[in-house]
Design a protein around this ligand. Structure first.
Ligand code: ADP
Length: 258
């Protein structure tokens, strides 16, 4: 990864981190008139290359709305969003779909694997959809790395939740996307399996420089992040660096008491 190649020359002392996803003054309203819901009220943020950013906040604070907008699945009512330097508000729907295919990977709470495909077929699906054959060595490395070497030919129904989430992680990483969005990736797993999945996510950031944004309720999950954003009532109200589970729980309590 070459940090800083996108911006002006630096003084040579520090490389400028590359911004991979950004939002400027994003608001999102649902409905009209008296029943308008202000899900986001002017959120600005930059997601930096090779960082794992966690997004936390009470239920209804706007986490899902923000994630959908940053991933190009929804459009803001006001404000601008960039994915890999492209301002996505200027794109039509089919251009946006193409950009998402190339630049965005997803990991969901309920795995969202295709039941009729094997583990390996699920992993390579994003490449197939994009009409690419992919690099065989990379696909093999990923499948081994997520611990699925023995289960390539298994279908989702033949795998545990943890194994299915491993498939989903490999699927999200296979196209080396600009950014991976993980939506409550441990929300449906027991604590031991959650810890394994979090280790794998952290590894994908450290070993592959995979820029990742994770929405989570789980303070243990947020404790693996490089940065933790706290939303309350549609605004970012706290922005922490790497933090312990205890520090995160304290911050959550403070944010929820607002
Ligand atoms: P979180 O993910 O933090 O729980 P959401 O982003 O789902 O929060 O929701 C933020 C606010 O927007 C909530 O008040 C929610 O009820 C509202 N909201 C979300 N989606 C819709 C929708 N499709 N229509 C109307 N209101 C919505």
């Amino acid at each position: 990864m070459e940090a800083g190649t996108n911006g002006p020359p630096t003084n040579g002392l520090a490389e400028r981190p590359r911004v991979r996803v950004a939002a400027r003054e994003v608001s999102r309203r649902y409905g009209e008139g008296d029943s308008t819901v202000h899900a986001l009220r002017g959120v600005s943020l930059s997601v930096v290359e090779g960082e794992l950013t966690a997004v936390m906040g009470p239920s209804g604070s706007g986490k899902s709305t923000l994630m959908h907008i940053l991933a190009g699945l929804d459009r803001p009512t006001e404000g601008d969003v960039w994915i890999d330097s492209t301002e996505i508000g200027k794109l039509g729907d089919s251009e946006l779909t193409r950009l998402r295919r190339r630049h965005v990977g997803f990991i969901f709470q309920f795995f969202n694997l295709l039941p009729m495909l094997t583990a390996e077929e699920n992993v390579v699906l994003p490449l197939r959809v994009a009409g690419e054959s992919g690099d065989r060595r990379w696909v093999d490395e990923l499948i081994e790395r997520v611990g699925l070497g023995e289960r390539r030919a298994h279908r989702p129904a033949q795998m545990s939740g943890g194994q299915q989430q491993r498939v989903a992680i490999a699927r999200a990483l296979v196209s080396k996307p600009t950014v991976v969005f993980a939506d409550e990736p441990t929300g449906n797993l027991d604590s031991t399996t959650s810890a394994e999945i979090l280790e794998l996510l952290r590894h994908s950031v450290d070993a592959y420089g995979q820029t990742t944004v994770m929405v989570t309720h789980d303070a243990n999950a947020a404790a693996i992040a490089d940065r933790i954003l706290f939303l309350a009532d549609g605004l970012i109200v706290k922005d922490l660096g790497p933090s312990s589970t205890k520090e995160i729980l304290d911050a959550m309590e403070e944010v929820s008491a607002r």
